[in-house]
Design a binder for this molecule. Structure first.
Ligand SMILES: [Zn+2]
Ligand SMILES: [Zn+2]
Length: 183
């Protein structure tokens, strides 16, 4: 994602509006692969003062990742503020610049890293296809949003609380029995 700053060089100290659009492929995020399903659009302004270019803009796109519960492809709209300063790379002065500092050479700024960092910060690590996604059965893998499996019934049968209920019933019965004996 490259920004031609020729206009800004010709008129330093003046805000220059710009608009960029670029299709991005895939990215790694949260230990998984996400795909940009819409080109990344960045619109904003930049201004050059001395050797520094300050860029302010808004990036928007949409990414597809997998639902954290059922793994279904899920699209998330992303809108991110991008606000970065780029310092002209003059080679020999490189050492004095902070490592995190974005640089540029000539009349072209490469905004990719800055935009990517801002965009990824807005992408949740865990997304859900819908708020009440029921996920996959941990035993047989059935997608519980679409069908039921019998594992859940087995679980209820083995539920410790139902076992407890049976014992209480039994104890009550034996207590009753005792009372009968006493009479
Ligand atoms: Zn889901
Ligand atoms: Zn199951």
């Amino acid at each position: 994602m490259k920004l031609d700053i020729t206009r800004g060089i010709q008129s330093k100290g003046i805000e220059v509006p710009f608009e960029l659009e670029e299709p991005w492929g895939e990215d790694r995020w949260g230990g998984d692969t996400i795909a940009y399903v819409r080109p990344v659009r960045l619109s904003g302004k930049y201004m050059i003062t001395g050797d520094t270019v300050v860029v302010n803009g808004t990036a928007d796109t949409a990414v597809e990742s997998r639902c954290a519960r059922c793994l279904a492809p899920t699209v998330t709209e992303v809108r991110a503020e991008v606000s970065e300063a780029f310092v002209r790379d003059k080679g020999e002065e490189k050492k004095s610049l902070e490592e995190e500092q974005y640089t540029y050479q000539g009349h072209v700024l490469d905004l990719t890293d800055a935009v990517r960092t801002s965009v990824l910060l807005e992408v949740p690590v865990r997304v859900f296809c819908r708020e009440d996604c029921r996920g996959l059965c941990p035993q047989c893998g059935t997608n519980l949003n679409f069908s039921q499996c019998s594992c859940q019934k087995d679980l209820t049968r083995r539920n410790p609380f139902s076992a407890l209920a049976t014992r209480i019933e039994f104890e009550e019965d034996s207590h009753m029995l005792k009372q009968d004996e006493e009479v």
